[in-house]
Design a binder for this molecule. Structure first.
Ligand SMILES: [Zn+2]
Length: 365
């Protein structure tokens, strides 16, 4: 893929290849090979021997390209049979056009896309000047380390960045995250509610079996079993939460609990749970309008997502990030049975308070 060369630049600085490398500037061709594109104007140009110029772009203003950036390789189905060596073991000579059709690449083209041949060439073509260009099948090539999209000098480590750039970015995120967590929110603990639901299963057609709501002081606001309307048995989740069909026989239904829940949520500023998406899909049904549902959603804080951000930003090696993992990580003690919704709600409250230690305080000025 050739770089898009422009004939003349009116105002852009002409820089050397070494300079471009040092500044991590990327040409259109390099962007395409990295699967990136940009809307930004070029910041400098490279001058080729024939006087044409290659525009260079700032790597900080790039985005993932929408289309596929790599040279297209025909799929095995639509590809004609590859040529084979003749009886003397000579490589077959093919035209450049045929090489394209067969999805064969020169070593040079492969290197530009960060591939390296690991196998013998399978054909060659002759350039106009008579030089022989050997061709390789991409499927047999090894992927070479790709450069960092920020600095362009180092090899990628994570998230398309080299280790230095990645760690610099993570440190910035950490500073912002730590400042956000350490902020003084001045909330009233009575208006901050922690909740947990137990369900018959994880799907939308599943039903609520229990609801626990406590406030920021740890006081119980609501703790009730719920009788499902359709489900009669839930053997799989029963093993986890221990709620049997018998236990909910005389419990109120969600419909019966709705006025109470609407009232409780109306008085809350925040509703916090460890993992909120499934719970939200059940709780929103107590409201009829999208506006009311949106208001509920706006109050939700996912303690699991907050814990996960904290772990990520601090570079802590913790693969599993369940509520139990969070409790263990912060050396917090459980009250009661770990899998009951009452204990789970209290645990979520403890983890949240550890992450946001000044949630109920106002900053002294
Ligand atoms: Zn870098």
């Amino acid at each position: 893929m050739p770089d898009t060369a422009i004939k003349q630049s009116h105002h852009l600085p002409v820089i050397s290849v070494a300079d471009a490398k040092r500044r991590g500037l990327l040409s259109r061709g390099m962007l395409a090979r990295l699967g990136l594109s940009t809307d930004a104007a070029p910041v400098a140009v490279l001058q080729k021997e024939d006087g044409t110029e290659i525009p260079l772009f700032d790597p900080n203003h790039v985005k993932a390209a929408s289309g596929k950036a790599e040279p297209a390789t025909p799929t095995a189905k639509e590809r004609p049979a590859l040529p084979t060596r003749d009886e003397n073991g000579e490589l077959p000579r093919i035209s450049a056009r045929r090489a394209d059709a067969l999805g064969l690449f020169s070593r040079e083209a492969l290197t530009r896309s960060y591939y390296e041949p690991t196998d013998e060439p399978i054909a060659y073509y002759l350039r106009k000047d008579g030089t022989r260009v050997e061709l390789y099948e991409k499927a047999t090539c090894r992927r070479l380390p790709m450069p960092c999209i920020r600095c362009g000098n180092e090899v990628r480590y994570r998230a398309k960045l080299c280790r230095t750039c990645y760690e610099r970015e993570l440190a910035e995120k950490r500073r912002a995250g730590d400042a956000r967590r350490a902020a003084y929110y001045g909330r009233k603990p009575q208006e901050v509610l922690f909740f947990d639901l137990e369900l018959t299963g994880v799907y939308d057609h599943d039903e609520v079996l229990s609801i626990t709501i406590i406030n920021g002081l740890g006081e119980t606001v609501l703790d009730t079993l719920v009788r499902p309307l359709k489900k009669r048995r839930w053997p799989r989740t029963e093993k986890i939460h221990g709620i049997t069909p018998n236990m909910v026989q005389n419990a109120p239904t969600m419909t019966e609990l709705t006025p109470k829940l609407v009232d409780v949520f109306a008085g809350a500023k925040h509703l916090i749970a460890f993992g909120t998406s499934t719970d939200y899909s059940h709780l929103r049904r107590i409201y009829k309008t999208r506006t009311e549902q949106g208001r509920l959603r706006a109050k939700l804080i996912d303690c699991a997502a907050e814990f996960s951000s904290y772990i990520h930003e601090h570079g802590i090696d913790l693969v599993h990030r369940s509520l139990s993992d969070a409790m263990a990580h912060f050396s917090l003690a459980w009250e009661g049975e770990a899998h009951t919704s009452a204990a789970g709600t209290q645990a979520c409250r403890l983890v949240f308070h550890t992450l946001f230690p000044h949630f109920y305080e106002s900053e002294v000025t």
